[in-house]
Design a protein around this ligand. Structure first.
Ligand code: SF4
Length: 460
């Protein structure tokens, strides 16, 4: 977490009413129940702004954050300054939400919003509240959670959903990763996939790549160069160039032998190991079924240990059938919405339909595969009554086993703009209620963030 100390002087900030409808607020009896706003100055210094409370954004809904809405920012979280944007803050004196464009401690210079990119296992309940300035460029592929200051520490508006330390950086020391890389170079010398994962672990800092070299939890098996979707937030390919992708897509197709050797090495040294196709640095695994199916057969011919998982857009039921026949144990399907117009507006499918995804899910359930949803969340959309009803209807018709609540790494205002064009939305119920509603109605469904090993499957 990078920041420098707060400057504790009070000055009159330039105030303008926010450009969006704001919820009329009751005045708060005491500022102590509110979380102090954090902002950034032109040098990138992040500080708490006395006299103002942090505000959470759920689409058009702006809410001053109270102590009960936040927890201390979990280890590994990062704070980010948002350029071309003005923070929306709650003015304790006026009892109003205002856009504060000028730095009261440095008049004439701008003030910037701050957002938290929280560590895995924490669902954002509110986005950072801001308004764009004219000509603002799109934000890079991160999630932008609301943050504030309280009792001497940064706090985040998040809901914990998974406490497994699978990607906890305190257990992933660089020197240990480097030692693992040297070890694996000797163990799998000519293996191109092993070499590719070195790049992922050491250059991109990919936690899954690091865990392979550390011999922990889940190892990645990127194998596919192609995809039949064009997700707005694709991490490995951004053809329109509006925003930069986070990592390069794998530039070769590993052989079944290379894949199996990496997987077997991990399974043989990790208890309750998971190995996963469908990583951020590749296309969709179903488009590489011709190498993945023989690789899975090769793994299963050597061991019944470990969990073979496929992260996928589930677009091709026939290709999936090949992988199921080969012996995969689980499948995780990425979905931003369970309503066709909103799904298509984000995934922009080419050559497949929303119904094909549902058919793949039904096939996998029928064949005894553990099925999880990689639910890409955004407050102000995911927690609207329309989306919550669609999720509930989906879970009733397609009894999957696990929901992975994942913060969508995409510019929230731009995303909501696209989703509001695709369908109508009413007042959000709150992400906490969205999660709680699933727990209440579908007690047999598991919740979390990570792909569970088969030892912890929720097969009901
Ligand atoms: S399904 Fe995956 S690889 Fe394909 S466009 Fe979407 S994020 Fe990218």
């Amino acid at each position: 977490m990078s920041y420098s100390g707060a400057k504790h002087q009070r000055a009159s900030a330039r105030r303008t009413p926010p450009s969006r409808k704001r919820t009329p607020h009751r005045r708060f009896s005491s500022a102590s129940e509110l979380v102090t706003a954090v902002v950034a100055d032109v040098r990138g210094d992040i500080f708490d702004l006395k006299g103002y409370a942090a505000v959470g954004m759920e689409g058009a809904l702006l809410t001053p954050l109270k102590a009960k809405d936040v927890i201390e920012t979990p280890h590994g979280g990062e704070l980010m300054l948002l350029p071309d944007r003005i923070p929306l803050l709650y003015n304790l004196a006026s009892g109003r939400i205002e856009a504060i464009s000028e730095n009261p401690y440095d008049p004439g210079t701008p003030l910037f919003p701050v957002a938290a990119f929280n560590s895995p296992g924490y669902v954002i309940s509110h986005n950072s509240a801001y308004q764009e300035t004219p000509g603002a460029v799109m934000l890079p592929l991160f999630s932008y959670g609301a943050a504030g200051w309280r009792r001497g520490a940064f706090h985040s508006a998040v809901i914990p959903v998974d406490d497994e330390p699978r990607q906890d950086l305190r257990f992933m020391k660089t020197e240990d990763v480097v030692r693992g890389v040297k070890h694996l170079r000797k163990a799998l010398p000519g293996n191109r996939l092993r070499a590719h994962l070195e790049h992922c672990a050491l250059t991109y800092g990919c936690p899954a790549g690091k865990n392979f070299f550390l011999g922990r939890y889940e190892a990645p098996l990127p194998s596919s160069q192609n995809c039949n979707a064009r997700c707005l937030g694709c991490l490995s390919l951004q053809a329109e160039g509006r925003v930069h992708h986070s990592q390069e897509r794998i530039a070769f197709t590993p052989t079944p032998e290379e894949i199996a050797d990496v997987a077997l090495y991990h399974i043989q040294r990790v208890k309750a190991a998971v190995v996963s196709f469908g990583q951020g640095c590749e296309g969709d695994p179903l488009l590489a079924a011709s190498v993945i199916a023989p690789a899975v057969r090769r793994i299963r011919s050597r061991t019944s240990e470990g969990t073979i998982n496929v992260n996928t857009n589930a677009s091709l039921p026939d290709a999936l059938a090949q992988l199921i026949a080969a012996g995969i144990d689980s499948m995780r399907v990425s979905m931003n919405s369970f309503r066709k117009p909103c799904y298509e507006a984000y995934f922009r499918p080419r050559g497949y339909r929303f119904e094909d995804v549902l058919a793949s899910i039904d096939l996998a359930i029928a064949r005894g595969v553990h099925v999880a949803i990689n639910y890409l969340n955004c407050p102000g959309f995911t927690d609207t009554p329309e989306e919550m009803a669609a999720l509930s209807d989906f879970l009733t018709r397609h009894p999957i086993h696990f929901v992975q609540w994942r913060n969508l790494n995409f510019d929230p205002l731009r995303y909501l703009g696209v989703m509001n064009e695709a369908a109508a939305h009413s007042r959000p119920a709150g992400m906490a209620e969205a999660v709680a509603a699933v727990r209440r109605r579908f007690p047999g469904v598991g919740h979390g963030y990570f792909n569970p090993p088969k030892e912890r499957f929720h097969l009901s």
